[in-house]
Design a protein around this ligand. Structure first.
Ligand SMILES: Nc1ncnc2c1ncn2[C@@H]1O[C@H](COP(=O)(O)OP(=O)(O)OP(=O)(O)O)[C@@H](O)[C@H]1O
Ligand SMILES: [Mg+2]
Length: 244
């Protein structure tokens, strides 16, 4: 995909969460990783890309199509994407299966039978078939996140947006979920994710953007950013987080 961002700005009161971002990434970006310090603007930019929030100023084009500004068209934009957040966000009163089926039926207009079939397929692919009838509270964090990932991609989203999908998980579960995301990448799913997993960003993303203070500090290929960082900010950050 190609991404073109011009003058993108989103303020919360006095906080410049996204502060006049200009960025051009040419086709064929398949997996884009947003990295950088806490509070740098990663989640805000993801929400703007997915149409969950509207910018105060500026524009985003993905594959030449502008992310809409009016609420009605934005709703259509949101539906074509899939979202996964740091903290699972599964419906606690529904089974794993229903957590996937319900949005397919209610949001995407699928027939119940088709939705059930699709949900079972995706869950089987994620190795979770034994847990279909469990409620979220009966699942481990990694299992919940796999169900949430299944839900995010069940409708075959044009773009999958993942906001720190593994940060609430212990190392083993982290690895399981990263393997699944890697598999989706290999399968050609277009993904934009924010992550503190530098190894994953380096290995799986074909473009990396470093955000700090609401601005793009550096962007380029994973090799550019990780092996040849240009700015002192990125060098210092990587020096700290890659140390361990
Ligand atoms: N809904 C909101 N209301 C007020 N301030 C917000 C809101 N969302 C984000 N901010 C502020 O905007 C800035 C950017 O936040 P954002 O969540 O985008 O950062 P981030 O890079 O995702 O950080 P982290 O790595 O900790 O998730 C921060 O200073 C944050 O406090
Ligand atoms: Mg965030």
């Amino acid at each position: 995909m190609s991404i073109e961002i011009q003058g993108l700005t989103k303020h919360y009161g006095a906080t410049r969460a996204v502060d006049g971002i200009d960025l051009v990434l040419d086709d064929p970006v398949k997996v884009l990783a947003l990295i950088g310090p806490s509070g740098g603007g990663k989640s805000t930019l993801l929400r703007l890309l997915g149409g969950l929030e509207r910018p105060d100023a500026g524009s985003i084009r993905i594959d030449g199509t502008e992310v809409p500004h009016d609420e009605e068209t934005l709703r259509v934009w949101r539906r074509r994407n899939g979202f996964l957040f740091q903290s699972f966000n599964l419906f606690p009163h529904l089974t794993a299966l229903e957590n996937i089926v319900l949005p397919l039926v209610e949001v995407h207009g699928w027939k119940r039978g088709e939705a059930g079939e699709r949900a079972r397929d995706v869950v089987a692919r994620f190795g979770m078939s034994a847990h279909l009838e469990k409620h979220p509270a009966q699942l481990s964090g990694g299992q919940q996140q796999r169900i949430a990932l299944a839900r995010a991609m069940a409708h075959e989203p044009a773009l999958l947006l993942l906001d720190e999908p593994t940060s609430a998980l212990d190392p083993e579960m982290k690895a399981e979920v990263l393997d699944l995301i890697e598999e989706l990448c290999q399968g050609g799913q277009r993904i934009i994710l924010s992550t503190h997993e530098m190894g994953f960003a380096r290995g799986s993303a074909d473009a990396v953007v470093f955000l700090g203070g609401g601005k793009v500090v550096e962007s380029g290929s994973a090799t550019d950013l990780f092996d040849h960082p240009q700015s002192a900010t990125v060098k210092t950050f990587l020096g700290k987080v890659m140390k361990w």
